[in-house]
Write a new protein. Structure first.
Length: 87
């Protein structure tokens, strides 16, 4: 089940739970060979994560993830550079 809440863990943060560790591990996989402070900013780079339980009859329509606050404030559509689905 999802309450609609999302969470953020920056590359500079220590994970506070197993789900944050998983999110950071996925981030580390995709930044392997890159250097924090040179190739990306660790304080502003990281992973947004959430949980969702779907039932067989649930329908998740076609959509894209984006920063809704930026969209509302400026009309700009800002989306993640990379997205994954882990189950």
């Amino acid at each position: 089940y999802s309450t609609g809440d999302t969470y953020w863990v920056s590359a500079a943060d220590e994970p506070r739970c197993a789900l944050e560790k998983l999110a950071k591990d996925v981030f580390a996989l995709h930044t392997r060979g890159l250097e924090a402070g040179v190739d990306y900013e660790a304080d502003t780079s990281g992973a947004e994560w959430w949980t969702l339980v779907l039932q067989p009859h649930d329908d998740v329509g076609l959509h894209w993830d984006r920063d809704y606050a930026v969209e509302e404030d400026s009309g700009w559509l800002v989306h993640p550079h990379l997205g994954t689905v882990t189950n």
